[in-house]
Design a protein around this ligand. Structure first.
Ligand code: C2O
Ligand code: CU
Ligand code: CU
Length: 559
């Protein structure tokens, strides 16, 4: 082991470095199980039934409160029958079945014992986004393992009920590995969740639906195109169309009842401004959960932003709709507030200014490696995500509960304040003036302490979805927000409805300052190192990321 790396090792190192067979990618084809055929009119419009948990080996649900092996591998998967797509997938053997990107379901208090086997031809590591784990189990890129290697995870689940997810986190490779298919849900359940499911008669997979939303460029041969040019690497790689649960042009059949939708933005860089509409009318919904778990009570909303890494837990009441009606989950137009092509071109060190055209929605020449060029809508463009077709169903007479969960508070009066400055220089994004250094921990915090962080984003940049590993936080205030954010604020603090809950990722818009309170408490001994980073995956890969070292009180400093 490299001695520099040893310096960083914390208690109970988990990488065994065991080699199991050749780690190089080997292509292997998986036939998707039969998806229900669509009625002729929908099929004629090129729509495909939304992939739901258990309708297919991809995104099947498994109980994760036990021991299992999860490998990452290259595979050809028939996302559409007869049209294999080359992907990277997580694979789990489960009884007689081989499952891919399984939705991991776990009770609060259970223990996940996962053996990660890297069968890719490059390094990787699994990060459990949102789980409150110790540094060894967090999937920090420092612990990435090489081809053929194993990494053992042992994770007691301390989270409140909510929707987490898992994805790779090797430094510099995260964007492409996620884009090629490595991402899925990790759902934590507890007694509040049980009560909600009982009250509304919700079942995971049929009426409680995890929806992984990702934009992608897909060529005529049904292959994912990941070919970021210089401008893409600076601004983030945008897709041309939106897949939901790895379904291209999806459609969902739903009955007139209440559904729970767990919305996850697994895109590299695209931000969604989500709304449901039926014809010209907006269909209101209720927010019941944010990144880090259920809210205290359902909050009515008409729209919500969802940036890469964020989750929104939503109740959608379809009872006002008649069979035959279509409700559309859409992303409404918004101002992306992103450096435009002209500004990029005058940046002398921009690696490839000629290609900045994609920021204005012009088709990207570098993506045209299949027959036809792919036209990429800019961030903020109006997009259709998922049409929901209402079909007849049984009478449903439940109503949305008044309260859902008890929300822990946080006492931040007198807390230490810390300023975090985001900026860019010479075509590089930075946090507090530096780029990521795997071995440096520029921020040190005391275990058990509460801090208030004020993140500042200068006006001449772009929005950044900032994410904290290990510790959920409470947003305290948004300052100098753009109009499109002020307009949806629910209180004098400038926060949107879902931001009143516990979060692990939030977007900071150009010119804004966002303040949040975070308590660095956990039961893990010794020093622990976590990440604070931008979840625009190109920014993350380029080093818009910083280590935060949690230092124990002096009494157990030598633990
Ligand atoms: Cu989902 Cu460090 O990320
Ligand atoms: Cu994370
Ligand atoms: Cu960013």
């Amino acid at each position: 082991m490299n001695p520099r790396r040893r310096r960083w090792l914390l208690s109970g190192a988990a990488a065994t470095g065991l080699t199991l067979g050749a780690g190089s990618a080997w292509w292997w084809r998986r036939r998707s199980s039969a998806l229900a055929p669509l009625p002729a009119p929908l099929a004629a419009r090129g729509l495909n039934p939304l992939r739901l948990p258990d309708s297919d080996p991809l995104l099947a649900v498994i109980d994760a409160g036990r021991h299992f092996t999860i490998s990452a591998r290259a595979a050809e998967y028939e996302l559409l029958p007869g049209r294999p797509t080359r992907m990277l997938l997580y694979e789990v053997e489960h009884g007689e079945r081989t499952l891919f990107n399984p939705i991991l379901r776990v009770r609060r208090g259970a223990v996940i014992q996962a053996k990660f086997w890297n069968r890719l031809d490059q390094t990787s590591i699994v990060h459990w986004h949102g789980l409150r784990v110790d540094a060894n189990n967090d999937g920090n890129p420092h612990y990435a393992v090489g081809p053929g290697e194993i990494y053992d995870y042992l994770i007691p689940v301390h989270n409140r009920a909510g929707t987490c997810w898992y994805h790779p986190h090797p430094h510099g490779l995260t964007a492409s590995q996620v884009y090629r298919g490595l991402a899925s849900f990790l759902i934590v359940e507890d007694e509040h969740d049980d009560a909600l499911a009982r009250a509304l008669d919700l079942t995971l997979g049929t009426t409680d639906l995890p929806l992984l939303i990702q934009d992608r460029r897909i060529d005529a041969a049904e292959q994912f195109v990941h070919a970021p040019n210089g401008a893409d690497r600076f601004l983030g790689y945008l897709g041309a169309e939106v897949m939901v649960n790895y379904t291209r042009r999806p459609v969902l059949d739903a009955t007139p009842r209440i559904y729970r939708l767990r919305l996850l933005n697994g895109s590299s860089a695209r931000i969604f401004r989500l709304a449901f509409s039926a014809g010209e009318t907006r269909l209101p919904f209720h927010l019941i959960g944010a990144d880090a778990g259920l809210l205290e009570r359902p909050l009515p909303a008409q729209e919500a932003f969802l940036a890469p890494g964020e989750r929104l837990d939503v109740l959608l009441d379809l009872r006002p709709l008649r069979p035959g009606a279509i409700v559309r989950l859409q992303s409404l137009a918004f101002d992306p507030m992103t450096l435009n092509a002209a500004e990029l071109c005058i940046t002398p060190s921009n690696p490839d200014p000629k290609h900045a055209a994609h920021a204005t929605g012009v088709s990207n020449p570098s993506a045209a490696n299949a027959s036809a060029p792919i036209t990429v809508p800019p961030n903020g463009a109006r997009l259709d995500i998922l049409p929901i077709r209402i079909v007849p169903g049984p009478i449903y007479q439940r109503s949305i509960p008044v309260s859902i969960a008890t929300l822990p508070g946080i006492e931040s009066r007198g807390a230490r304040e810390r300023v975090i400055e985001l900026d860019h220089a010479q075509g590089r994004w930075r946090i507090n003036g530096v780029e990521f250094d795997m071995l440096a921990t520029p921020i040190r915090v005391g275990r058990g302490s509460v801090e208030i962080w004020e993140v500042r984003n200068p006006p001449n940049g772009m929005p950044h979805p900032m994410h904290f590993h290990g510790f959920p936080f409470k947003l305290l205030q948004r300052r100098s927000s753009p109009e499109q954010i002020r307009r949806i604020a629910v209180d004098a603090r400038g926060l949107a409805a879902a931001e009143t809950g516990w979060k692990d990722t939030f977007t900071i818009w150009p010119g804004e300052q966002v303040r949040f309170a975070v308590e660095f408490s956990h039961s893990y001994p010794g020093e622990q190192v976590y990440l604070f980073h931008c979840h625009n995956l190109e920014h993350e890969d380029a080093g818009m990321m910083i280590n935060v070292r949690v230092v124990p009180p002096r009494s157990d400093a030598h633990a």
